[in-house]
Design a protein around this ligand. Structure first.
Ligand code: GRF
Length: 201
């Protein structure tokens, strides 16, 4: 299936620099997509301002206002489904999503993670890669399955780890690579070049 204009909903929790990269790629017409809604669980997320500046609709679904994770995820689902998106992009969304939610969006939910998965799932990836003496690090865009950071890999960007690297320098290099990788992968979706593996959960 290919989409003339891919309809995206983007979920964020903070800085939103990957969201910015998507917005810029759309503006430059290297990504044939539109963002119908940006949703943040964090009302103070800087990324919300980035969306507003670009004229994109925003919604806050604050997890702290819901008694259970299921209530929170139901509210998220209602907000997402109102846009009938082709793809939901987790771009620095810092809540773990439950299995029912993830299965409901099977094949339509993607995440960007700052490591070369399956290496370093979870948090503090740059510090862990540095401590382990890795020569190479990077970022991964993958389909989301109930296993956190464990779904089918769509694409990766590799960066070298340099001898004098600090966590900050390495993080910066990986982030720069993310900003190229994510819009690129989304354009692959727009062009119908990405398929959910039939044997994936
Ligand atoms: C990125 O490193 C992304 O890989 C991870 O969270 C970070 C989000 O950064 N999931 P930003 O909010 O896009 O600037």
């Amino acid at each position: 299936m290919s989409f003339s204009t891919l309809n995206l909903v983007v979920l964020i929790s903070g800085r939103g620099s990957n969201l910015q990269a998507i917005l810029e790629a759309i503006a430059q017409q290297t990504l044939h997509a539109r963002i119908s809604l940006v949703i943040s669980n964090n009302p103070a997320a800087v990324g919300l301002d980035r969306a507003r500046k670009a004229g994109v609709a925003v919604a806050v679904v604050d997890h702290r206002h819901y008694a259970t994770r299921m209530d929170f995820e139901n509210a998220l689902q209602i907000a997402i489904d109102a846009q009938a998106p082709d793809l939901i992009v987790l771009a620095g969304f810092m809540r773990v999503l439950g299995a029912d939610f993830v299965r409901y969006y099977r094949g339509r939910l993607v995440n960007i993670h700052p490591s070369l998965l399956p290496a370093y799932p979870g948090l503090n990836t740059h510090a862990r890669a540095l401590a382990a003496g890795e020569k190479e690090h990077g970022a991964t865009v993958h389909f989301v399955t109930p296993e956190v950071d464990g779904g089918p890999i769509i694409a990766q960007a590799r960066v070298p780890v340099l001898p004098d690297d600090t966590v900050e320098r390495l993080a910066q290099r990986v982030l720069h690579a993310e900003h190229v990788l994510l819009p690129h992968v989304l354009e692959d979706f727009a062009q119908g070049r990405v398929r959910y593996p039939s044997d994936a959960p």
